[in-house]
Design a protein around this ligand. Sequence first.
Ligand SMILES: *[C@@H]1O[C@H](CO)[C@@H](O)[C@H](O)[C@H]1NC(C)=O
Ligand SMILES: *[C@@H]1O[C@H](CO)[C@@H](O)[C@H](O)[C@H]1NC(C)=O
Ligand SMILES: *[C@@H]1O[C@H](CO)[C@@H](O)[C@H](O)[C@H]1NC(C)=O
Ligand SMILES: *[C@@H]1O[C@H](CO)[C@@H](O)[C@H](O)[C@H]1NC(C)=O
Ligand SMILES: *[C@@H]1O[C@H](CO)[C@@H](O)[C@H](O)[C@H]1NC(C)=O
Ligand SMILES: *[C@@H]1O[C@H](CO)[C@@H](O)[C@H](O)[C@H]1NC(C)=O
Length: 594
Amino acid sequence: MRLPSLIASLLPLLPTALSVSDAGLGWNFVQNGTTGITALEAIVVSPTLIVIFDRVLGDPLQINGHQAWGALWNTETNSVTPLDLVTDTFCASGGFLSNGTMMRSDVLDASSDLRAELKADYLVFELPAGESTPPDQDGLMGLRIFEPCDDPAGVNCTIFENPATHHLAVKRWYTSTVRTFDGSLMIIGGIMVNTPFFSTQNLSASTFEFFPQKDRGVPRPSAFLDRSLPANLFPRGFGLPDGKVFIAANNQTIIYDIETNTETILPDIPNGVRVTNPYDGTAALLPLSPPLYIPEVLVCGGTNASDQLTNDDVNGTPSSLLSAQDPASDQCSRITLTREGIKKGWTVERMPEGRMMPEMVLMPNGEVLIINGGKTGYAALNGVRDAVGNSNADNPVKTPLLYNPSAPIGKRFSREGLPTTDIARMYHSSVSLTPAGNIFIAGSNPNGGVVTDVKFSTEFRVEYLNPPYMSVARPSLNKVPKKIAFNQKVSIPVSIPRNLNTSPGSIQVALMDLGFSSHAFHSSARLVFLEALLLPDKKTLEITSPPNNRVFPPGPAYLFLTIDGVTSTGTKIMLGSGASPPVQDQGIRLPPLF
Ligand SMILES: *[C@@H]1O[C@H](CO)[C@@H](O)[C@H](O)[C@H]1NC(C)=O
Ligand SMILES: *[C@@H]1O[C@H](CO)[C@@H](O)[C@H](O)[C@H]1NC(C)=O
Ligand SMILES: *[C@@H]1O[C@H](CO)[C@@H](O)[C@H](O)[C@H]1NC(C)=O
Ligand SMILES: *[C@@H]1O[C@H](CO)[C@@H](O)[C@H](O)[C@H]1NC(C)=O
Ligand SMILES: *[C@@H]1O[C@H](CO)[C@@H](O)[C@H](O)[C@H]1NC(C)=O
Ligand SMILES: *[C@@H]1O[C@H](CO)[C@@H](O)[C@H](O)[C@H]1NC(C)=O
């Protein structure tokens, strides 16, 4: 077993190395089950269930006599249950609202959770002749609300849709979302129609809107989204700990103040590197730590290709100016969002390889897993020269990478002990941390339908990446309260395997939004470390919840305990009052960031 060195590389965050009396399997990939639809979007909705979405284009999974394009993936049984949707969910985003545990009048089981899941997206795809036409409606203004049940297998879970009464203000395809401090979702950008590659000035949805609506439903024009055309689809946005919103689009970045509707322009991402669709890099808000919760953003991959191009330049294969063999950017850029940090600007680091369409997954120990995508080319399909089958990208990266934000610069990336898969995860892939603590990976379909005879065929296989802690004795959080208010001390009974070092420096408690995975970005993904004290009997953990609803937007969250590098399973809680958005400010104020 390669364990000692492997675990040591996993744990540079911690002062002590893991005592490996329980020799586990180390990092490993396990393939198990198939989704029956392409999981091009994924969101964890309960301890055992992940909702996945696809477009309506001939998937084998069936429901009520037609193809399914939404489904529940059960992480315990590794099986799929189709969902019957009304509108096409192709290329959208979503998140949770603040009222996750509130009962709703039409919820069957009065004790059940209601987690609202919002999506904004696209339909109008002509089916190839001979395929049955499912009864899907245009989803460009679609809103879908997921009303989960407590049933771990998802029995009777449904998605509520009524396009006549519940819809967005404008058509949006390729939009992203941010859960904000008042528990609403902010819906960012997109384009009003399907586009072959770039967004365009006259068709861009260069606005923000909210769910539930603000401003009587009138979208807010965004000068930033206009300036960042044409490579600015799926903007990468985060709620900052003061309630403002950081957004990256193309090679530009801003901080947007929802309360004053003003933008502050930040420095461009260095070296002409562009990170939003169809030039997909990815971005993450690094873990926030007490007492100051200073926000830092990491932006990785993408391309330094020109954005002074139009759809005409790229679509006219073979005369197009971009190739699926163009190297992707290996650049990661990091900035601290304080006055001094912004003045200092971006710090550039280099991954061991370039990555197009990578996705970053926050791990409960504060490290960032970088996974999926290709070393060359671009996002989307049939746009550029040398397309591989239909894929604009090639040379899949099959070994994930870890980034340790607190290691010294130059020592942050590590591939040591990380396994290599044989499954390519190109365009239309998804990935998420699960409440069990491992990584769910699914999807990949850089094709205009279900295709089985190209290099990057439609991928239905699910794979898990298991961290080393999945195969050793793990700590557990017992009897966690279902609802926790802000700035509150809570005592939680815990069980800790004896071999683990419980010195204060080796204890980490992470509160997480597991995010919504779509197009190489995890909307609303967030990790806030909590103040934590293990009592001398080692049976009780005292934690303090986040100081206020800006440090962690109110709504559902998962609590993970890591001791000596070994992480518990995540327990779902409701953070805040559980009221419907918009909710009032709660907890205590922090000193301003600026
Ligand atoms: C796949 O999942 C099923 C259900 O959880 C389990 O019984 C089986 O052992 C798993 N197979 C592998 C190879 O892990
Ligand atoms: C949660 O808030 C949304 C938005 O206001 C609303 O549509 C939904 O009905 C609310 N749920 C409950 C249970 O109040
Ligand atoms: C699912 O719904 C059916 C029909 O309403 C009901 O009979 C059954 O008890 C429900 N099952 C669960 C697990 O909620
Ligand atoms: C948008 O602009 C493109 C090219 O600039 C043009 O072909 C198209 O007709 C325009 N669409 C609309 C709706 O104005
Ligand atoms: C960002 O892109 C624009 C448009 O292509 C370019 O003019 C600008 O120089 C780029 N910024 C940096 C820092 O490279
Ligand atoms: C653009 O990126 C490629 C791939 O990383 C690199 O080889 C090249 O030097 C970069 N060009 C510029 C001008 O930075």
